[in-house]
Design a protein around this ligand. Structure first.
Ligand code: AMP
Length: 214
């Protein structure tokens, strides 16, 4: 089984090959085709299994698709097309680095957004719009309140390490973010454990239900 069999296009396969990946991991084999089909995913893979690429690669594939008129979709100022929520600054930085590596042959922009640093450069960067934003919930909500970012063009939401975000007390922030997102979007939720809280979070934002992977 190779990456090309999963429905990914050449620029993404080339980027993955550059990193020395020869074949997809089990979670990638399951998740990538399902995400490309537009399904909502509830994944239970742990870190170290190739989980990040299992949602980033199909997300890039979908966002890089040209529009019906044959042009790349332009992201407007202060807008984003995909939102990846993570519990910590370290994870936000690490995931954004993966996004940058996997998208190096694509015309897509990405940014990591987190608290504990000056907010002004982050606001500046958002002015032009960013295709893929990897963010921690608190700082993101701050910027929403400051009208530095709008969610009306969000097509895909990823909640990574959902159980950890709930343990860290982010439930209110996450709920406030989710209620501002367009209803018509794809949801990918990853969690090391699926407990009652994670299940109720998932149920709260997807009327269509989820396909389990991992
Ligand atoms: P993750 O589970 O997303 O934290 O990934 C763990 C590590 O596996 C990272 O260093 C990735 O670069 C690497 N990795 C992800 N997918 C593959 C693959 N298909 N083949 C080899 N290494 C991979």
């Amino acid at each position: 089984m190779s990456f090309s069999k999963l429905g990914l296009s050449d620029p993404i396969i080339k980027a993955v090959k550059d990193l020395g990946y020869s074949k997809p991991t089990p979670i990638q084999r399951e998740s990538i085709p399902a995400v490309l089909l537009g399904k909502n995913i509830l994944g239970t893979s742990q870190t170290g299994t190739g989980k990040t690429a299992s949602f980033v690669l199909p997300l890039l594939e979908k966002l890089s698709k040209v529009t019906k008129r044959g042009k790349k979709q332009i992201t407007r100022g202060k807008r984003i097309r995909a939102l990846i929520l993570t519990p910590t600054r370290e994870l936000a930085v690490q995931i954004e680095e993966s996004v940058a590596q996997y998208s190096k042959y694509l015309d897509l922009s990405s940014m990591a957004l987190y608290g504990g640093v000056d907010v002004e450069p982050q606001k500046e960067r958002l002015i032009e719009g960013v295709d893929i934003l990897v963010a921690t919930p608190g700082r993101l909500l701050d910027l929403v309140h400051q009208r530095a970012i709008y969610f009306d063009e969000v097509e895909m939401l990823v909640l990574d390490e959902a159980d950890r975000m709930l343990d860290m007390g982010f439930i209110d922030d996450i709920s406030k973010i989710i209620e501002r997102l367009p209803f018509d979007r794809q949801n990918l939720l990853f969690s090391a454990t699926i407990n009652a809280d994670v299940r109720s979070l998932a149920d709260s934002f997807s009327g269509d239900g989820f396909s389990g992977v991992g």
